[in-house]
Design a protein around this ligand. Structure first.
Ligand SMILES: Cc1ncc(COP(=O)(O)O)c(C=O)c1O
Length: 455
């Protein structure tokens, strides 16, 4: 709810006073960071090495000195409980010991050869054990994995379009950078240098709307539905009962593939949401944390899709496939993938994450109720989000309306000043296998202090 005096139940004057004070406090406490940025950031476009780093709400970025477990230390010496965890890249904690050991070992044996290793074969078997029997390929980013999965889907179906859900995010895959406006698919506003008509290659409908999915599929030009099991890149939207079954039934009925992007929902439990909830995608995609933070993504197709692709591949004209990148499937990735799958992504780790995330979501919920804030909390396994609007949300349009950038930015900075870092783009928090109970309790207490001031 936004009007001239309140945002999501918070008086705007009170919010702005808090935001200004917290920004000042952040800046005043970080003279070394400020000085270092002034001396060295100018080498980068926009003063940061990757422009998303400007999306944090603080007046200037935190310069990280080191990260261990679920904690960051910045150059001014602040020790921060990390619930962002590299926006999932470090969901299993920073530098998990088995992964760090694997890196040290592999560093002596070469970093990239464009040839497989015995470790690659072992990692393949582990992928099957963790996620299910797919025919795997390795990419460097989940963006790439989704792009390549879409190539395969278009190749085997001979159809041009991908169906995605309004408000989705699957990496910077051009085709998926669309949105619904006035009931029609358009390129998202704000895309840099986008000149193509994306509605020729993609269609958007709302999440949880099986009639809209069917209407789109019935046109016969959809190669694949690409979806997260839970929409995690807007304010979080859970699937309604029967939605995933419906997607599976409809995609089969209309001859489209179902690609499930588990890059974030790998937080759900061992094997990701698909395993935990018995989904059966045609192509499974995961990235970010799958190799413990080493840039790695995996995408696997069922035997049936693999057979269709082999048939296609055997008859296509010779030439570049348009899939793959030079540094992908390098031995360092496999060393880390194997270590992470075998020794880090364990049932015990997930049990700890689940328990901690339950503690966190229950604590945040208690605070919200105590302050009678018109907000709610959502959780998918180790991934927790507070949303500054009533819930549950059912689709991307509702999620966009629920998002309150000004309020969220103030809360994020205030949390950081109290020692907790959460993800910058929305209010997402991850609980890792090494996150301590006291870190969770500190975050809940900080949230309470902030809401006490806001309400
Ligand atoms: C569901 C999902 N898929 C894919 C990606 C892309 O990952 P990457 O930026 O590592 O390519 C993201 C990134 O946030 C994501 O959330």
């Amino acid at each position: 709810m936004t009007d001239s005096v309140r945002i999501a139940g918070v008086e705007v004057t009170r919010l702005r006073a808090m935001a200004a004070r917290e920004a000042k406090r952040y800046a005043a406490a970080r003279p070394k960071t400020r000085a270092a940025l002034d001396a060295g950031a100018g080498a980068y476009l926009g003063d940061v090495p990757m422009h998303w780093m400007r999306d944090w709400p603080m007046p200037f970025p935190m310069l990280v000195k080191r990260a261990e477990g679920a904690r960051l230390t910045d150059v001014d010496g602040f020790r921060i409980d990390d619930f962002c965890l590299g926006d999932t890249g470090s969901m299993f904690g920073h530098s998990p010991a088995p992964v760090a050991r694997a890196i040290r070992r592999q560093a002596r044996r070469g970093l990239t050869y464009m040839l497989p290793t015995e470790t690659a074969l072992e990692a393949g078997a582990l992928l099957n054990r963790r996620f299910g029997p797919y025919r795997w390929q390795i990419a460097t980013t989940a963006t790439d994995a989704n792009r390549f999965a879409l190539r395969v889907a278009r190749a085997v179906t001979g159809r041009p379009k991908v169906l995605v859900f309004n408000g989705c995010y699957h990496g910077t895959v051009d085709d998926t950078m669309i949105e619904l406006r006035d009931g029609h698919t358009h390129a998202r506003q704000g895309l840099v240098g986008q000149v193509e008509d994306l509605s020729l290659v993609a269609e958007a409908v709302e999440f949880n709307d099986l009639s809209a999915v069917e209407a789109a599929l019935a046109k016969g030009d959809i190669a694949a539905i690409l979806t997260e099991p839970v929409m995690t890149n807007s304010c979080m939207v859970l699937p309604q009962a029967g939605f995933h079954d419906g997607l599976r039934t409809l995609s089969r009925r209309y001859g489209a593939l179902l690609i499930i992007d588990e890059t974030h929902t790998i937080s759900s439990g061992l094997g990701g949401y698909s395993r935990v909830h018995s989904l059966s995608p045609d192509i499974f995609v995961a990235g970010k944390c799958v190799a413990g933070g080493m840039p790695t993504a995996v995408w696997g197709m069922t035997d049936e899709v693999a057979a269709r692709f082999a048939e296609y591949d055997a008859h296509r004209p010779s030439g570049h496939s348009g899939m793959g990148t030079t540094l992908s499937a390098n031995p360092m990735q496999f060393a880390c993938l194997k270590a992470n799958l075998a020794e880090v992504m364990t049932p015990g780790a997930y049990a700890h994450m689940e328990k901690g995330a339950e503690r966190l979501s229950a604590g945040l919920r208690r605070v919200i109720e105590a302050h009678r804030a018109p907000w709610h909390v959502v959780r998918v396994g180790a991934r927790v989000e507070f949303i500054c609007a009533p819930g549950p949300l059912t689709n991307g349009a509702e999620a966009a309306t629920a998002h309150q950038p000004e309020l969220e930015a103030a809360i994020h900075t205030a949390l950081l000043n109290r020692g907790s870092l959460i993800a910058p783009f929305h209010n997402m928090m991850l609980v890792s296998p090494v996150t301590r109970k006291r870190q969770i309790d500190r975050l809940i207490a900080a949230f309470d202090e902030i809401l006490t001031e806001l309400f």
